[in-house]
Each structure stands twice: as C-alpha cells, then as structure tokens.
Design a protein around this ligand. Structure first.
Ligand SMILES: Nc1ncnc2c1ncn2[C@@H]1O[C@H](COP(=O)(O)OP(=O)(O)OP(=O)(O)O)[C@@H](O)[C@H]1O
Ligand SMILES: [Mg+2]
Length: 201
C-alpha cells in the first residue's frame, strides 16, 4: 500500500481547495465525495441498488439519483439514512481502496469529510491533516457557493465534530483563515514533508 494521508475538515473549510493543490504538486488524490457522486450519476454503481431499495421515484429521468428527493427523505428518517449509507458506504470504500492501491505517486491524499466522526480508513492512514478556518468563514464560504441558508450550514456544522476536537486530533493543520496564497504556501511545505516521510517509510 502507498503512504496514505487523510485530509479532513469541517464543511466549507477548504478541503477540496487544499486537495487540488496537493494533487498539482504530485500527490495522488482520492476524494470520497467525488466517488460518492459518481456512484449516483447515470449508470453509477449504486443506482440499481437505490432503485431496488427506495423505488423508481428516487431515480430521475436521466437515470441519476434524485438528490433533492433523497435529501428530503433521509433528513427526517434515520432508517432511510442508514439504508442509503448501507448501499453507498461499502461501494465508496471498495472504490477508494482500489484507487489507493493503483496510485502511482510518492503518496496519496484521501479526502474524507467525516474522517474522525466515522473512523473510516483508520487502518490505512499514516497521518491526518486537518483544514481549519473560523466558523464564520465556514458559513460565509459555504453559503457563497451553495444554496444553503446560514441556519442549514450551522445545522451541518453542529452535526460535525467541534472545531477544537478536530484540531486536537490532527497530525498536521492547514490554517485556511487567510487568502488562497497562504493556503498554497502551507500545502507546499507539507508536500515536501510528506514526500520525505513517504521516502523513509
Ligand atoms: N483561503 C480562502 N479564501 C477565500 N475563499 C476560499 C479560501 N479557501 C477556500 N475558499 C472558497 O470557499 C469555498 C469552500 O472551499 P472548498 O470547496 O475548498 O471547501 P470544502 O471543505 O471542500 O467544502 P465542502 O465541505 O462543501 O466540501 C469554495 O468556494 C472555495 O473557493
Ligand atoms: Mg469539498
């Protein structure tokens, strides 16, 4: 297995932004959100099971998951949420592991939004980097690029690990409360560290 580093952080903290910089510098990138999304696109590996488990009305005319409808269902229905996760999570894990095993790079960055909350990939990860910014910045940045209201963003944040605990569990921290150039400089420094660690591993 290649040298694997988990990348996590709260909603809107800058995970995707940081991951993109690592990838440009030469890391292999495995993004569990991207994999989850692909599974529920037309022809995606989860579509047949979702159709069987939930009914045709959850699959749109183009053959992709009707995300809005599913979101509304699972929001108030814990059993439905568990059922959906039971379909998606094994597929996400399987595809992530296949991509990690196939990676041709000095090290692999695996983006897992709820890494600490779920304990996912713990056995694979040699290190965890947390992307961090102020809570108000999380709200502002998330609202700027989604249709979520401040209340909705804060509700999602409340369901995630508190900022202080996430920071406490981190091996490395990317402080993303400055401008994008400041994030880039920190990623460049960590990249050099990770290349060296992977070489000596
Ligand atoms: N340092 C920064 N300054 C200003 N805007 C930023 C900065 N970092 C990220 N952003 C912007 O904030 C938004 C959220 O960033 P990004 O998508 O990287 O976060 P994320 O943690 O992946 O979010 P999600 O939890 O929704 O996946 C994006 O629109 C991004 O361009
Ligand atoms: Mg993201």
């Amino acid at each position: 297995m290649p040298f694997c580093i988990g990348l996590t952080g709260g909603i809107g903290s800058g995970k995707s932004s940081a991951a993109e910089i690592f990838e440009k510098l030469g890391a292999a990138l495995v993004d569990t959100d991207v994999i989850a999304h692909a599974l529920t696109q037309p022809g995606g590996a989860a579509i047949a099971a979702i159709r069987r488990g939930f009914g045709d009305e959850y699959i749109g005319p183009d053959g992709s998951l009707d995300r809005g409808r599913m979101r509304r269902l699972v929001f108030g229905d814990g059993d439905a949420k568990k059922k959906l996760e039971a379909i998606l999570h094994p597929l996400i894990r399987e595809q992530s592991r296949a991509r990690i095993a196939a990676a041709q790079a000095p090290y692999v960055i695996i983006v897992v939004p709820l890494l600490f909350e779920t304990g996912a990939y713990r056995d694979l990860l040699r290190r965890v980097v947390v992307v961090d910014c102020g809570e108000q910045q999380q709200v502002t940045r998330t609202m700027a690029r989604s249709k979520l209201s401040e209340r909705e963003v804060r509700a999602i944040m409340a369901a995630q690990l508190p900022r202080a605990e996430r920071l406490q569990r981190a091996d490395d921290v990317l402080a993303n409360d400055g401008d994008p150039a400041a994030l880039r400089r920190q990623v460049e420094t960590l990249h050099r560290t990770y290349v060296a660690l992977a070489r000596d591993a």
